[in-house]
Design a protein around this ligand. Structure first.
Ligand code: IPE
Ligand code: IPE
Ligand code: MG
Length: 249
């Protein structure tokens, strides 16, 4: 499942180590379609999707990428059939429990972002435990967006800042990008340099609305469970061919 062959562990020769994205974000889409194509129920796609994510995390670590952020469950995904939602919640919890030891061994710092209070209490407990235990790890910052919505994130930041203004702690003129970013979930990890979306959809689906302002976008038709090191290699090659101008000439 996890590719350990030494050739794949090394950064491919056509990639420039100096110009790798520091932070990669991924919208892991297409699990359901993948399963349907195999004649299996949608949930099997989610199961295989976990394997793809584990491999990508390991690959980022092997290739020297310092931050990976994955969209696991959007605030809109509650609208799916209850059976699928329940399966996903149970899956997240089980995977977290199973992988904690390995994340410690691999020096991965895991962080969850989103409205976590609305998740099942047993999942919340597992999240808290894994975040606490991996807090000091520093090889890679792995962020999982769960019950995450970009608009909701911006609103909660606004509420927190408005409260500070109301309490007289800050003045409205103090509100700038730096202050605002301190109230976002991603305050420690910053903006993604590269956003990858699988399954061909050309949209953001309420992911990291603020943070993606100047990210490079890469969309592949490959469905998430099939997204492997070769696919990631292609995404990085595309990224390295871009000229990031940030509005300049
Ligand atoms: C992405 O795959 C995983 C989640 C949103 C949890 P989908 O479940 O959206 O798969 P498709 O898009 O229906 O194929
Ligand atoms: C985005 O995928 C959310 C996640 C990958 C968790 P969706 O499948 O929910 O997005 P839409 O519905 O195609 O926009
Ligand atoms: Mg989808």
């Amino acid at each position: 499942m996890i590719t350990k062959s030494s050739t794949l562990q090394q950064l491919p020769a056509d990639l420039d180590r100096e110009r790798l994205p520091r932070h990669v974000a991924v919208i892991m889409d297409g699990n359901g379609r993948w399963a349907k194509r195999q004649g299996m129920p949608r949930i099997m796609g989610h199961r295989r999707g976990v394997d793809a994510l584990k491999d990508l995390l390991r690959c980022c670590k092997d290739w020297g990428i310092k931050a990976l952020t994955a969209y696991a469950f959007s605030s809109e995904n509650w609208g799916r059939p209850l059976e699928e939602v329940n399966f996903l919640m149970t899956l997240f919890e089980r995977v977290l429990r199973q992988e904690l030891q390995e994340m410690m061994e691999e020096n991965v710092q895991i962080n969850f972002v989103g409205n976590l209070q609305a998740l099942p209490p047993s999942l919340q407990a597992e999240i808290a435990r894994s975040m606490e235990q991996t807090r000091q790890n520093e090889d890679i910052a792995f962020t999982v967006a769960t019950n995450y919505g970009g608009r909701q994130e911006i609103l909660q930041a606004c509420r927190a800042i408005a409260t500070q203004v109301q309490q007289g702690l800050i003045h409205p003129d103090d509100i700038d990008e730096v202050l605002f970013e301190r109230h976002l979930y991603t305050t420690n990890v910053g903006d993604p340099d590269l956003l990858i979306r699988t399954s061909g959809e050309m949209r953001i689906s309420n992911f990291l609305l603020w943070q993606l302002a100047y990210s490079e976008l890469y969309v592949t038709d490959t469905l998430w469970p099939d997204f492997d090191r070769q696919e990631f290699h292609l995404a990085l090659r595309s990224y390295q061919q871009r000229h990031r101008r940030f509005g300049k000439v």
